[in-house]
Design a protein around this ligand. Structure first.
Ligand SMILES: NC(=O)c1ccc[n+]([C@@H]2O[C@H](COP(=O)([O-])OP(=O)(O)OC[C@H]3O[C@@H](n4cnc5c(N)ncnc54)[C@H](O)[C@@H]3O)[C@@H](O)[C@H]2O)c1
Length: 338
């Protein structure tokens, strides 16, 4: 592992994105998003994704200059067609639009089709929460998760993020409906590591510790059938609602050489127009307090709030640097000189 500062990592990301033709104004946001993922320990959604983004752009499956089209709009909702635009850029636009609508309507819901992979969802929801709103985001992905009882993947890892404003920093819940995100298995494959039991099954439905076999097989959903039910519902809320693809028809999130056919959903809620912001914050603070005082199981030193592990990693990596796999670092250096 090479230890790289966030600044150095951002600079190389900016160089790669600029070289491949991403407009100056967009480069900063994408680089910030990717490095933010690395800072939080979300390495599978950090600069690890840059080679795939470059590949998608070279194959013309991802467009650096796409115009986001407004297909449908009311006071509280909108449907956007991103026309193969870059996921991070389109998602930020969609969340900003949802927030604008929430300011007037109490809630804003923006459905998106035609954007490339959108990275880690907490980036967009936390943005809303920092402005005093509840931010929610969903996306669907290429098939990776088998339904309960199935021996082949139908659903994606279909993550959800919910960020809550608090009197201090937002609380960011950000999770895939698979036991782990597919990217973590891709990362293990790249690093030559085995994966823990319980993450995935092979193509015959047998538990496996081999990342390649897991990627050829299926990930396991969180909480058994409950996770499968969420994966089903999130496929519908993202792909079906946007008029995009669901389940087996989703393409282009991992195999970026193909045009991405998934959907995304962004929701902003203005607590001020429900119980009032102060009352909402009071409720969240009460919850935080109850968790802080919760009786701990034997040997447990601390109970974390949702998102707290990422905050701890962020602090450490901001000070000590970000570990980057040597092979990935070499690849990034080569891409930057292309
Ligand atoms: N764009 C895409 O297509 C896509 C697909 C899948 C996942 N993702 C992203 O991948 C990332 C990883 O997802 P994941 O499911 O592997 O996340 P994870 O399992 O690391 O964490 C899930 C959630 O649990 C919380 N958590 C973990 N341990 C905790 C503890 N001990 N106490 C309290 N809270 C704890 C985390 O803060 C987080 O909110 C997410 O950021 C997600 O948005 C993106």
């Amino acid at each position: 592992m090479k230890i790289v500062s966030a600044q150095e990592l951002k600079e190389i990301a900016v160089k790669i994105l600029t070289t491949i033709g991403v407009p100056e104004g967009d480069v900063t946001l994408i680089a910030d998003h990717l490095v933010e993922a690395n800072l939080r320990g979300r390495d599978s959604h950090g600069v690890f994704r840059l080679p795939a983004i470059v590949k998608g752009i070279k194959k013309k499956a991802i467009s650096t200059r796409a115009a986001v089209e407004l297909i449908q709009e009311t006071a509280a909702m909108a449907l956007l067609d991103a026309n193969q635009g870059i996921g991070q850029i389109v998602s930020m636009k969609a969340m900003l639009l949802a927030m604008k609508k929430a300011r007037h309507s109490g809630i804003g819901i923006v459905s998106v089709r035609g954007a490339s992979h959108i990275g880690f969802l907490g980036y967009y929801t936390e943005y809303a929460a920092k402005q005093g709103m509840i931010g929610i985001a969903f996306t669907n992905t290429e098939p990776a998760v088998a339904p309960t009882g199935g021996a082949e993947p139908i659903h994606g890892t279909n993550p959800i993020s919910i960020a809550l404003p608090t009197r201090e920093e937002p609380i960011v819940v950000d999770m895939a409906v698979s036991v782990v995100a597919r990217g973590k298995i891709m990362e293990s494959l790249q690093k030559g590591h085995k994966i823990p039991k319980g993450w995935a099954v092979d193509s015959e439905g047998r538990e496996t510790e081999e990342p390649a076999a897991a990627l050829a097989g299926s990930l396991l959903p969180i909480g058994g059938p409950k996770g499968y039910c969420l994966a089903f519902a999130f496929d519908a809320l993202t792909g079906a609602l946007a008029g995009a693809s669901v389940g087996l028809d989703v393409k282009g999130t991992v195999h970026t050489e193909e045009v991405c056919t998934k959907g995304d959903l962004f929701i902003a809620i203005e607590p001020q127009m429900f119980c009032g912001l102060e009352s909402f914050l009071e409720g969240v603070e009460r919850l935080k307090e109850q968790i802080k005082r919760c009786k701990r199981a034997p040997g447990v030193a601390q109970i974390y709030l949702p998102g707290q592990p990422e905050k701890t990693t962020r602090l450490k990596r901001s000070q000590e640097g970000i570990p980057v796999d040597e092979r990935l670092w070499k690849e990034l250096k080569e891409l930057a000189q292309f």
